[in-house]
Design a protein around this ligand. Structure first.
Ligand code: DOR
Ligand code: ZN
Ligand code: ZN
Length: 445
């Protein structure tokens, strides 16, 4: 038989060893993984020259911003940033304008995304009440429900224990994961009001308004509730040692809880805010060196399930310190995450096998993204090809993202994605995007 494409001379990190082999791809799927001499014939052959092949990487926490916030990012620029950064699948957050919180809004997003995307994209929903609507949202494709301490609708589900419990119970019935931005709305509200009264809109004041207690308080309360509802829960971007120990405690009694950490919380401390000002402001904020160290310990010990970028682009003007207005929190991360983490692999801080788990296999399992996250026969032919030795310097002016800033500007990295395949097609090569808008695929749960 003749398959569409053969990738020869590849190195695949599998469990705990590197396999040297070839991959046959047919109709967008992995057809065979074998010694090159044992592969079927291909209409095309590509020699990957011994570079590392990861399963297509998955970023489960991305704010693409389309529909009405396209001045910050849109489905095309955001997914180009994903490709350039080595991600083949991303999940889009619902805190857009309008928020994704009805079936018709989800469908509207999907229709617009279909024409613009260049990677695989799935969507989360915001808070929705009622099992019927939830069921419809799930069958229309939603991968989970994201809850914020400060909802766009002016109230927070996290604030009201009764509503929160009901929501978790409903999500459990329809088998929808609940994702949480864990910061206590009461603590943040109180602090932000105080700053407003003082008219202190500096980056430092903003960060102080989001203290560790806000995260701890929220995680404590939510873990307690989850012990009763037993629903699937995912904590986004945790930043503290104490958060990890609370989560471990809840897991020990059999709750279904997972958690994520971002590269900025793993690699930066709040010290950098003095230099980077608004460009280093995000929620939750950067913490101390000792927290960073414990996040690494937690990661290495397997207590952290995934790394996500929390790509949260804004316009530059929204990141500047101003006299009269709050800085908007969030940093772009799609184009910095992988080179930064590969640098840590090169420094022996984390193994390449562990990277595959937290950037591909685990997000696929947690959010039940079918046929993705591993290099297995029959799975989708999404691959991220890595040159482990390639050195570069982070330069936000070169981003595909509309957000041309990052607190990592000037950081030197070792290791870079050099090619990306999406559903069997070469989609990115040496930073160049080869797919046309609309060639990506919508994912449905
Ligand atoms: O820094 C953040 N930015 N944290 C959030 O929770 C929201 C996000 C955004 O949408 O900009
Ligand atoms: Zn968040
Ligand atoms: Zn976010």
């Amino acid at each position: 038989m003749l398959v569409d494409l053969i990738l020869k001379n590849v190195k695949i990190p599998l469990e705990d060893r590197i396999i040297e082999c070839g991959i046959a791809i047919d109709k967008g799927k992995i057809h065979t993984i074998a010694k090159t001499s044992n592969l079927p014939k291909g209409s095309k052959i590509m020699n990957l020259k011994g570079n590392i092949v990861f399963p297509g990487l998955i970023d489960a926490h991305v704010h693409l911003r389309d529909l009405e916030l396209t001045y910050k990012e849109d489905f095309y620029t955001g997914t180009c940033a994903a490709l350039a950064g080595g991600f083949t699948t991303i999940l889009d957050m619902p805190n857009t304008k309008p928020p994704t919180n009805t079936v018709s809004r989800l469908k509207e997003k999907i229709e617009i995304a279909k024409k613009k995307i260049v990677v695989n994209v799935g969507f989360f929903t915001s808070y929705v009440s009622g099992i019927k609507e939830l069921r419809r949202l799930k069958s229309s494709g939603a991968f989970g429900m994201k809850l914020y301490p400060y909802d766009q609708l002016g109230k927070s589900v996290l604030e009201d224990t009764g509503i929160f419990m009901k929501t978790l119970a409903a999500n459990r019935v329809v088998n929808l994961p609940t994702l949480i931005h864990a910061e206590s709305p009461q603590i943040i509200d109180r602090n932000e009001k105080r700053l407003e009264a003082l008219q202190d809109y500096s980056a430092k004041a903003y960060i102080n308004a989001h203290p560790p207690e806000a995260e701890i308080e929220a995680i404590k309360k939510i873990c307690q509730i989850t012990k009763e509802t037993r629903s699937q829960l995912h904590f986004c971007h945790i930043t503290l040692n104490k958060s990890l120990s609370l989560i471990e405690e809840a897991r020990a009694i059999g709750t279904n809880i997972t958690c994520e950490v971002t590269p900025h919380h793993l690699l930066l401390t709040r010290k950098i805010v003095e230099k980077e000002r608004g460009n280093a402001v995000m929620n939750p904020p950067l913490r101390t060196f000792s927290e960073v160290r414990s996040l690494w310990e937690g990661l290495i010990a397997g207590k952290i399930d995934i790394i996500s970028s929390d790509h949260a682009p804004h316009d530059l003007i929204e990141k500047k310190e101003k006299m009269e207005k709050k800085i908007l929190p969030g940093v772009p991360g799609l184009e910095t995450t992988l080179p930064l983490l590969l640098t840590k692999v090169n420094q022996n801080k984390i193994s390449i096998f562990h990277m595959v788990k937290i950037l591909a296999e685990n997000p696929a399992k947690i959010f039940r993204i079918r046929k993705k996250g591993q290099i297995i026969q029959g799975f989708d032919a999404d691959f991220t090809i890595i040159n482990m030795k390639k050195r570069s310097k982070i330069d936000s002016s070169e981003f595909y993202s509309k957000a041309k800033y990052t607190p990592f500007d000037g950081f030197e990295t070792i290791g870079k994605p050099i090619k990306v395949f999406v559903n069997g097609e070469l989609a990115m090569e040496d930073g160049e995007i080869l797919l046309k808008p609309g060639n990506g695929r919508i994912l449905y749960s």
